[in-house]
Design a protein around this ligand. Structure first.
Ligand code: NAX
Length: 329
């Protein structure tokens, strides 16, 4: 058996945390031969619930679960961490302004960025789920002195998976036939699933789904509003599907599961200026990964006028978010 991967999970006793930790401990994030040590961070009042999660993890007798840390101290949680899944965040309360949400969460991610820099492993990689995910990742990166910025990513994979599933249903094909589907921009209702560069059964998607009005109308709205639809139906926000998307995100990035030849996946990563997305924000891009910790933004794609216009809007939103937290960067 190899050395365990030390995986930190913040908000581990929350909804997504509860759906996530069992998937990691069972080997779905890092593969069937890689043991894991779970380093679970919670706020003090949730430590009791976290204890319960740990008891259940024990009761699964997962052969790959090499150890667990339960703590309300970020430095302890990130001690030697190879991969940090930053899920815990303050939810938006009734009547709360977006700016307040940004500030409250900014305070969490400032501290966690510092703790990651001081305690994390040299190969530290960070995936942020807690909302506003892109900007939280930016704040953590800005406060993690000495850690290369490209190690900080945010999750837009749930949006990709949601989009793929809608497209497969529309075309009446298995979801695995939808490939090369990038989600650009912010993880928010402004995000943009790029159908023009997607493939369906190996063919350009627009040749197969020719109903442009549906692609630019109902499809887009369904994907953008899917989070709200889940809340309306379930009474709580997406949890299992969010955890699943994070497993996909990390597995492709550094869990031994590179993107398939010719395919790409969506990750929100620090912009290097590609496609005119300004540097200094973390935006969804199409990326290829090697499964061993590196990713590359896919170059040379052509965006339709429709997609470009939507990309401009989501980038403008990210810039506004950045401006709102400028004092934390
Ligand atoms: P929950 O409220 O169920 O769980 C969050 C957990 O985080 C709680 O147990 C809380 O005690 C803990 N927490 C809060 N502050 C913390 C801190 N400073 N350190 C450690 N733990 C802390 O929310 P859940 O449904 O699990 O969602 C978690 C986050 O994911 C939310 O911000 C949510 O908006 C976001 N989402 C992001 C998605 C994405 O695609 N990027 C999709 C799903 C989800 O909505």
């Amino acid at each position: 058996m190899s050395t365990p991967v030390r995986v930190a999970i913040t908000g581990a006793a929350g909804q997504i945390g509860y759906a996530l930790v069992f998937r990691i401990a069972s080997g779905q994030m890092f593969g069937p031969d890689t043991p894991v040590h779970l380093q679970m961070l919670e706020i003090t009042p949730a430590l009791g619930a976290l204890e319960g999660v740990a008891m259940e993890l024990d009761d699964c007798a997962f052969p790959l679960l090499a150890g667990m840390t339960l703590t309300d101290d970020a430095e302890e949680a990130f001690d030697g961490t190879n991969v940090a899944c930053l899920v815990g965040a303050k939810p938006r309360g009734p009547g709360m302004e977006r700016a307040d949400l940004l500030k409250d969460n900014g305070a969490i991610f400032t501290g966690q960025g510092r703790a990651l820099a001081s305690a994390g492993a040299a190969d530290l990689k960070v995936a942020v789920v807690g909302n506003p995910a892109n900007t939280n990742a930016l704040i953590a990166a800005a406060n993690a002195d000495g850690v290369p910025t490209d190690r900080f990513t945010a999750m837009v994979r749930l949006d990709e998976n949601r989009a793929k599933s809608q497209l497969a249903k529309k075309a009446g094909v298995p979801v695995a036939e939808v490939t090369n589907l990038a989600v650009w921009g912010n993880h928010s209702p402004t995000m943009v699933p790029d159908v023009d560069n997607a493939h369906l059964g190996g063919r350009p998607l627009p040749e197969v789904i020719t109903d442009r009005a549906w692609l630019e109308g109902e499809f887009l709205t369904t994907v953008q509003q899917r989070g709200k639809a889940i809340i309306d139906a379930r009474g709580s926000s997406s949890a299992a599907s969010a955890a699943n998307a994070l497993v996909d995100h990390v597995a492709n990035w550094c869990g031994g599961k590179p993107t398939a030849d010719g395919d790409w996946v969506s990750m929100a990563v620090p912009s290097d200026g590609s496609y005119g997305v300004p540097e200094g924000i973390i935006s969804g891009f199409p990326v290829t990964t090697d499964g061993a910790g590196s990713y590359q933004i896919v170059q040379g794609l052509e965006l339709s006028d429709f997609t470009q216009e939507k990309l401009n809007a989501t980038v403008a939103e990210l810039q506004e978010e950045r401006a709102a937290v400028a004092d934390m960067l």
